[in-house]
Design a protein around this ligand. Structure first.
Ligand code: AMP
Ligand code: ZN
Length: 477
């Protein structure tokens, strides 16, 4: 297998070669847990999931690390604006940690529904303050910092590689000469490593440090935690394109200033944005779409996953309900086709083993692998799967075996879904539909005890009912 990835650092497609043969170390920037993830954020995590699954499929032993940001992230990535966690806690009348816990759980509920595999390590910023302080100390000892106005800053003029990832042309202006920039900064691009004099009077979370009581800047958490779990140099770091100019640029500066090793990370991968007709989807501006709002509108979370796979991760993707409908119909057609194949094959459980990659269905698998290994081209990979499904000359059990193999990367849960639906008898499906009708009638006359009893009895038989504006839908638990 030869995996090619687009590396933002070199702006080129490069063959992926891990630093340690047979292993891959991957750090993906995780969510800031002050609100629900919107479906744009979830695009980033589906991309990370496709990458992880591809690395594993290529035979590598993957070590995937993701952080949870629960402190230090201001609304401007360059130390300006409100503290996102604090503002959210105040608005909701909760503590910062309550808010963080709630939205962390909501995040994992979403990623599970999208069939995203959990990283090997999930690390919270607030659980790693001592690692951050130790890393900042190394940066300070190496002469890259200054203390000003109560905060410890990183001095970018001391770091010759600054801005290489983003190909930044530095302004060269004194910070004070530019309006809106923190006057304590020597250069406009300098950034805070440690805040001691909080900008916010009621800062909830503070820790003792060599620079006084305070809290870390946002960027240091990713440097500290990735180095802790993956070592001073590792293979891949990923996030959305909005992170290139500031967050990832600053992470590189801090990490290399601390360790003296260059390059810190071999491959930088960035997903493009999901956009609405109105433009960028943003957590802070509100009015964003969550996965739950798609479920409430009657979609299966995997319809959204299918929708995302239809675009390459480096292309901007416009969200619309019409295109989501298209994805839903395509996924339904896919499941129907699999069930038909399963019927023909007799059993879906043992679809055959030993795939010959030279001929028959196996040749489609080889083409699928070539597509996914070409910078994770999910649209082409999906097209290869459809080519196979349309080939009526193939032996059914072999075709199924290959589709399930492809799904180890696509993550559409095809085996379980096809199996689930294939195994339900027509009589049972009819009974479910009848019970749903009876339950709606009970609800109409406010007989909620009866409605709940129906829901419960179906649950005990492995059927979950989900109510939405379009009516009640059922699925297997
Ligand atoms: P945050 O929770 O704001 O730190 O963002 C989580 C991840 O979502 C980051 O990798 C962002 O780069 C990414 N992201 C934010 N907005 C979008 C969007 N509209 N489309 C795709 N990725 C996004
Ligand atoms: Zn990060």
């Amino acid at each position: 297998m030869s995996l090619t990835l687009y590396n933002t650092l070199t702006r080129e497609l490069q063959t992926f070669k891990p630093l340690i043969p047979g292993k891959a170390g991957f750090y993906g920037c995780g969510p800031t847990v002050y609100n629900y993830a919107h479906i744009g954020n979830l695009r980033a995590y589906v991309t990370h999931d496709i990458l992880s699954r591809t690395l594993r499929r290529s035979g590598l032993e993957l070590y995937h690390v993701m952080n949870i940001t629960d402190v230090g992230h201001l609304s401007g990535d360059n130390d300006e604006g409100d503290d996102k966690m604090l503002k959210s806690a105040e608005e909701r009348g909760k503590s910062v940690l309550e808010v963080a816990d709630f939205y962390t759980q909501a995040f994992f509920h979403d990623t599970e529904r999208l069939n995203i595999k959990k990283p090997n390590v999930i690390c919270k910023a607030t659980g790693h303050i001592s690692d951050m302080i130790a890393l900042i100390k190394r940066i300070e000892d190496n002469g890259y910092t200054y203390f000003s106005g109560g905060n410890l800053y990183f001095d970018i003029s001391k770091f010759p590689h600054y801005g290489e990832l983003a190909r930044l042309r530095l302004s060269g202006l004194k910070a004070g000469a530019r309006t809106g920039v923190d006057g304590n900064k020597r250069n406009p691009e300098d950034f805070v490593l440690w805040f001691t004099k909080s900008k916010f009077e009621n800062q909830a979370l503070v820790w003792e440090s060599p620079w006084g009581k305070g809290y870390p800047g946002w960027h240091i958490e990713c440097s500290a935690m990735s180095i802790k779990y993956l070592g001073e140099q590792f293979d891949i770091h990923a996030g959305g394109i909005d992170h290139i100019n500031i967050h990832h640029t600053n992470e590189i500066a801090q990490s290399e200033a601390a360790t003296g090793k260059h390059p810190w990370v071999q491959f930088w991968l960035h997903n493009e944005f999901l956009v609405l007709d109105k433009g960028k989807m943003s957590k802070a501006s509100g009015g964003f779409i969550t996965l739950q709002s798609l479920v409430d509108a009657g979609y299966d979370p995997l319809d959204y996953r299918y929708f995302l796979l239809g675009a390459h991760y480096r292309s901007p993707l416009q969200f619309s309900w019409e295109s989501l409908d298209g994805a839903r119909n395509a996924r339904k057609a896919l499941l129907d086709r699999l069930r038909a194949l399963a019927d023909k094959a007799g059993s879906i459980k043992n679809p055959g083993s030993g795939i010959d990659r030279e001929s028959g269905a196996g040749a489609y698998l080889a083409a699928f692998d070539r597509a996914i290994e070409d910078d994770l081209s999910t649209p082409r990979a999906l097209a290869e799967m459809w080519r196979l499904l349309r080939d009526t000359k193939l032996e059914s059990s072999e075709a199924l075996a290959v589709v399930f193999e492809m799904d180890s990367v696509l993550g559409l849960n095809l085996k379980a879904d096809a199996e689930g639906a294939a195994e339900l008898s027509a009589e049972f499906v009819q009974e479910i539909e009848e019970l749903i009708t009876q339950r709606s009638a009970a609800k109409k006359v406010k007989d909620f005890a009866r409605a709940d009893a129906i829901r419960q009895s179906l649950k005990e038989r492995g059927i979950i009912l989900e109510d939405g504006p379009g009516g009640t839908r059922w699925r297997r638990s």
